[in-house]
Ligand binder design. Structure first.
Ligand code: C2E
Ligand code: CA
Ligand code: CA
Length: 537
């Protein structure tokens, strides 16, 4: 039997145990003595309590661990959400920049990354014609195809709208170009969206880092290259070079200047005669805008119309064009012996047609300038009508009800079908200059032109050929019974002062007119009545 320690010793053990417990040593236990006395009862109580404390502590620890885990999960999810584009589940802009920054920081070890920036070419049209739901689906399909076109270690992000970016880890420029090309063809496969099969095209800019380029710089460079790809006719992929940056800077300077061009009175209209081919009568003019730039000289519309669209300057420009052209028309009506059929033709771009305000603008300006609506013809590109947006049709019908003439511009460049021609509320067709072909091809083009004119006649529409540059072309059109012609051969676009009595007279007595040919049937083929080829005009 074990000897019972002295009560003082046992008390000392108890006190020591309490101190240890207080210190957090919850496994502390004090042996009971064989005495089984009151002290032992306290010791037993102490041991029980220590056991309870240890169990409570363990449970607490488990709970803390679970709670911490849950918190961390939530945090991770929130972080991911902050880094993810909700529509496509791709990374977003800030996530992309983070990834790019860290790969730029480790270039020495891991190799330099390449950045691709991609923009869909006509996403707005898809959204407008099929609705936003379809637009979203397209973006999701694009996201999937992008993810499928790169490796696991690469990052695909949606920067917003229809703009995507990709970071290709450790990728030299030539390889990046190959990937970009592969992506362009992956996107070119038709996709099914709400029972419609459609294809999207995209432009891709590629940039690789120079020393000290930041993530933001690189994205800007790739964006600049993408912009160049969009402008280039022959390629959908462009690699950044510093010269592109200056083009872009020039463009933004030009954009700033364009915003003030109207109020600075720098815009000018030139007018190009439209001639009844058979008689040489001036039956209208087309108003063509130019920008008299204080430093750059006279700029042609191809150099600034897209920019005006981009910066939202088009509506103001359209109003200015209508006011100026109709003001001019009013003056000519009062001072010149105009043909009763004389019309002012004004170009309306696709985006203008989508603005519900267009109708009100036209109506207001007609009243303001005291012009009969029948003396105005609006030229609308085929493309703007084929997209078939509701607003466009609304505008077209409204304009039609006003009594304004409507003509399809650039006909033959690829969009219209014959059935479409019949259903559109238009009264005339302006045939694109490309249909006349090279001036050397006039003879071989003849059956084709004849067929096109026949088609237009059968739709009971009038035909105006643009881009008539030679005597042979003028003669052919006259023989084929084309109503009207426009082109350098008759007259170049001229300032308002160039539309005068002398011009009217000049056109009437000009050598191409063919009194023997009926412009309505086009059946009389009276080559003999046609004068000899004149000396170059
Ligand atoms: P468009 O409507 O097809 O206008 C005809 C273009 O062909 C004009 O170019 C005209 O100068 C040119 N042209 C005329 N005759 C001949 C010819 O015999 N041979 C050749 N090669 N070309 C000829 P421009 O003035 O540079 O206008 C270009 C385009 O800019 C126009 O094409 C039109 O789409 C647009 N545009 C011009 N003015 C306006 C405007 O006020 N508003 C809008 N929205 N667009 C405009
Ligand atoms: Ca036109
Ligand atoms: Ca044209």
């Amino acid at each position: 039997m074990r000897a019972v320690d002295h009560p003082d010793t046992r008390l000392a053990q108890l006190v020591e145990g309490i101190v240890k417990i207080a210190d957090g040593e919850l496994s502390t236990r004090i042996p009971a003595s064989p005495a089984r006395d009151e002290l032992d009862a306290v010791i037993a109580g102490f041991n029980l309590m220590a056991g309870e404390l240890a169990a409570a502590q363990a449970e607490l620890e488990v709970r803390v661990t679970t709670r911490t885990g849950m918190l961390m999960d939530a945090l991770r999810k929130m972080e991911l959400m902050a880094l993810t584009d909700p529509l496509t589940q791709l990374r977003n802009r800030s996530a992309l920049e983070t990834v790019l920054e860290s790969s730029l920081a480790t270039t020495a070890v891991n190799g330099a990354p390449a950045v691709l920036l991609l923009d869909l070419d006509s996403f707005k049209e898809i959204n407008d014609s099929l609705g936003h739901g379809a637009g979203d689906t397209v973006l999701q399909i694009v996201a999937e195809r992008l993810r499928g076109s790169v490796r696991k270690q690469d990052t695909v992000a949606r920067l917003g709208g229809d703009e995507f970016a990709i970071v290709l880890q450790d990728t030299p420029v030539e390889r990046a170009r190959v990937v970009a090309t592969r992506i362009v063809s992956a996107l070119a496969h038709p996709m099914r969206v709400e029972d419609t099969s459609l294809t999207v095209s995209a432009s891709v800019g590629v940039a690789i880092p120079k020393q000290d380029d930041s993530a933001v710089d690189l994205v800007l460079y790739a964006d600049t290259a993408m912009y160049a790809a969009k402008k280039a006719a022959n390629s959908k992929v462009a690699v950044f070079s510093p010269s592109l940056l200056s083009t872009r800077q020039m463009r933004s300077t030009l954009a700033a200047e364009l915003r003030n061009a109207i109020s600075n009175h720098e815009m000018v209209l030139h007018y190009q005669p439209i001639v009844e081919v058979a008689t040489g009568r001036l039956i209208g003019v087309e108003a063509l805008i130019r920008w008299q730039h204080p430093q750059r000289g006279l700029l042609m519309p191809d150099n600034f119309i897209d920019l005006a669209e981009e910066i939202g300057a088009m509506p103001a420009m359209a109003v200015w064009v209508l006011e100026t052209a109709l003001g001019c028309l009013r003056r000519w009506q009062q001072t010149l012996p105009l043909d009763p059929r004389f019309t002012m033709r004004v170009n309306i771009s696709a985006t203008q047609l989508q603005r519900p305000e267009l109708l009100d603008d036209v109506q207001r300006i007609l009243i303001m300038k005291d012009i009969d609506p029948r003396d105005l013809v609006l030229e609308l590109t085929e493309y703007s009508m084929v997209t078939g947006n509701e607003w466009e049709l609304y505008s077209l019908r409204g304009l039609r009800q006003l009594g304004v003439g409507l003509s399809i511009d650039d006909f033959g460049t690829g969009y219209s079908s014959i059935s479409y021609l019949r259903t559109l509320p238009v009264d005339g067709v302006k045939l694109d200059k490309s249909l006349l072909g090279d001036t050397s091809e006039t003879a071989t083009q003849r059956p084709f032109i004849a067929a096109v004119l026949q088609l237009i006649r059968s739709c009971k529409l009038s035909a105006t050929f643009e881009g008539v540059e030679t005597w042979e072309q003028a003669r052919m059109l006259a023989e084929l019974g084309c109503d009207a012609g426009q082109g350098y051969y008759f007259s170049r676009p001229v300032p308002a002062s160039g539309i005068n009595a002398a011009l009217l007279e000049d056109l009437l007595t000009a050598p191409w007119r063919t009194p023997g040919i009926s412009s309505t049937t086009g059946l009389t083929l009276n080559v003999a009545a046609y004068p000899e080829e004149p000396v170059s005009r």
